[in-house]
Design a protein around this ligand. Sequence first.
Ligand code: ADP
Ligand code: MG
Length: 590
Amino acid sequence: MGNKLTRSPMPFMHQLSDAIILLTKDFSIQEINSAAEKMTGWAQEELKGLPISSLLPDLNIKRNKQQAVLSGDIHDSMIVDVSIDDLGTDEAYQVCILKPVNTDVEEVNSGAIENFQEDLLVTLTNIVPDFIGIKDGYGKFVYANKFSGDIFGYPHTDFIGKTDADLAQLVPYFKPVFDYCIETDEGVWQEGKLQRCVEKIPTASGARIFDVYKIPVFDEEGVRKNLLVFGREITDQVLSHEKLQESESRYRLLAENSTDIISTHNVEGEMLYVSPACEQLLGYTPQELLSKKAFDLFHPSDIRQSLKVHEQLLKGSEISNFQFRLKSKKGEYHCVESTCRGIKDELTGEVIEIIAVTRDISERLEAEELLRKSDKLSIVGQLAASVAHEIRNPLTALKGFIQLFQSKGIVDCEKYYGIMLDELNRIEQIITELLILAKPQSKTVEKKGIKELIHYVVDLLDRQALVHNVHIVCDLEENLPLINCVENELKQVFINLVKNAIEAMPDGGIIHIDSERKGRNIEIIIQDQGCGIPPESLKKLGEPFYSTKEKGTGLGLMTSYKIIQEHFGQINIESDSGRGTAVQIILPIA
Ligand code: ADP
Ligand code: MG
């Protein structure tokens, strides 16, 4: 063997796995390697010197590459790829390489690969939670994965060779499913291309739903070869989708039938959905409002406020009972109230949509206004009754005296004049105070210093105070800012309050009047050391004609409350029965 190798013009040929025949220039066999010996079934010694045509009878020696039939010892007729080339190192020889078109060796190898791939595929198809099956052209299963067996409670390996009709007999519970498969399979064959269908498989715990792909495969002649069936379970998706739709339709039902307008908007304010209630209130159909900007329907004076609200919504706050006016199709404005909130993107947390519930409140506002009016009316009624009562008493007295004079002729009636004048004074006083309340006197609002006002009142009442042994002590902050006021009205308030303080101290005492600035307001406190007001009477203060005094009108506090209220201020009274009263007045700075 060593000698042979050294003499060989192609010494390495024995190491090559391809079948190689070394030919002389006249195409006679010089040498063959062991792969060729194996392929042809002949030994080198048996072939040496024979023409190549004895191995490859139909070989065309003019062609470099071709397929030819190898007549060997093993195969009757084996087709091989033949290539013939010059042996580059020695011109006296040519190399003929034979490659089997379908050799045993190759078959073994590819078989191994196929087996391996098949194993891999089977393993893979058995671990996926999807239904995978392959049927032949007659509907018999050639393959079914493990999952298929699990669903039908029948060993998947036993599917092989059976049709759906066979399986329907073996597992009757699933007959409707197999019947449905037979029907859809036939549809797929007839269509001749991939089809998708939904299959429902009943189980004890409810139906399982599959999204099924069916792929028909035909051979070259168009004959049915295989049907690939692939089904993915979508029960959860379908159920959650159904649930979502159900809750969505429930909410839609609410929205569509609500008398409130329910709407959603994008962040630009464009309407994405509007419930039909809009038609009743605004005269627009929901369709007409879609993609309109909500702001376009707002009253111009409400725009600024609504932009602020919009900004807050985008920041994530919820807005309740925002009142504004909406323009109807006819151009009329309606008072409405909205409660809105932003809907956030789950991922970014940013507000992406706004949902609003809007309600017509014009009727409510009217009712409220009516209530306010009727409240006023009842006060007027109350007042009228009290006025009548208060005035009738002195009038009765006066009438009595005059009747007395009349019946007795003119007599010395000096002693009655005093009483008559007192009663007339009382009527006059009541009328004056009522006029302050009732008459819309021409009011001029001016900027005034509170200090000057108080000094004026103190000067006015000082004499009266001294008669009662009362001292008024003022402690007023310097440079207090001015306030907007109707001068005479405020004077009247201070007169009423200081008078009350004097009257509360029949045995004398001190009245402290303090005033100072508190933020945007001025605070004035009138503090006395008088009888005080018992707690149960505190809530009656300000009621018309509530008085504990023999000659009181009970109108002073009521008038004062009204005036201070009109000055956008506030009166608070604190009292300690037996120790004194403090009246606090708060007025805004101009
Ligand atoms: P009038 O002074 O005519 O009685 P007002 O409306 O001024 O009417 O006061 C109503 C009532 O409130 C008084 O009758 C009195 O009982 C009580 N009142 C008001 N101010 C004081 C005060 N400083 N100290 C005690 N009681 C007061
Ligand atoms: Mg009074």
